[in-house]
Write a protein that binds this ligand. Sequence first.
Ligand SMILES: *Cc1c(COP(=O)(O)O)cnc(C)c1O
Length: 401
Amino acid sequence: MNYQIDENGFYGPYGGAYVPEVLYSNVENLSRNYQAILNDPDFKKELSRLLKVYVGRETPLYHSPSLSEVYNTKVYLKREDLCHSGSHKINNTLGQVLLAKRLGKTRIVAETGAGSHGVATAMACALLKLPCFIYMGEVDIQRQFPNVGRMRLLGATVIPALSGSKTLKDATNEAFRDWINNPLNTFYVLGSVVGPHPYPDMVARLQSVISQELLHQVPEITGKEKPDYVVACVGGGSNAAGSFYHFLNDPEVKLIAAEAAGKGLDSGFTAAATFRGKPGILHGSKTKFMQTNEGQVVEAHSISAGLDYPGIGPLHAWLSDTGRAKFVAVTDDEALDAGLALSQMEGIIPAIESAHALAALSQLNFKTDDVVVVCLSGRGDKDLETYIQYSNSKKTAHGNV
Ligand SMILES: *Cc1c(COP(=O)(O)O)cnc(C)c1O
């Protein structure tokens, strides 16, 4: 079985580039050029230099004594939370902005929901000196104001999306419209392994620095040649794709993807696209997403902004269909409990996104000598208020008993 993209941009039946005709030449031009640029020795050298001196790579592979004890196995955390910007997202934005420069582009646009991708894009643009325009729904601007402040401080222009529900999908539409109107000088930086080909493959390659490092860290640190499990959360799927990448064709490495069940798979408030989704076309590619019988996108719910997305990327739809990765669903409360536990047991406050991957461990059966690598995709500073509220509500609930 092949888990790499084929020459037409498909993983099995999923992927492709379903874009309006006006955008076709932009996407086509990128498809023709991205692999040659990503593989160019000078590009690779410059990107790995920046990943080292700017992002702080490589990130540690950390043995977690308390999680190992709880699950009676060997648990290791891949510390993407220590990346500059606070998550893995900078691996991708730095790569894409550097690629945009190689293509001679002079202007960057991106969309953002919660703001993490916008901030990581604004950082890469500040560093590489390209003007940056971030589209963000007006509602999200109000909900995520600290990130708006960060983007502006970094020199980006934040443009409110005022149409429709004034959230991520409207910001995406307006960013696409910008790209259509400025096809020659503008590069669109996408934040996950979603969207039209070549974005899913391009983003997976840029995030594959995670599994690239695991190839030598696992033997050095665990004594085993390869991990028995790699576990990651899935919003669009970029940190999971990057953690899985070099192990995709090795069936001895079990791949586990944790999706956000929200308030529960049957609650109507969920983001678990492999459990509740069906195939269709979303954001320019054929993939799986939650939809009505008429094919209208159903709004997702997750406590974590990064997983609050109705679909998954085409690679993950294929990993799910083929059974190559096992998908598990984790509720809001399970994730919050796992995040609070890691904070108290080991002094690491994980992003609530990453806490979904930690919570997934309780649904698996390990042998004592298994090497279990969990991608800790980001840090939880941004989630403090949610953690504190949850923790207080639990105390109150206990007080009432
Ligand atoms: C954005 C984000 C995610 C979800 O995105 P993927 O593309 O699925 O990786 C997960 N963790 C953190 C910390 C994020 O910021």
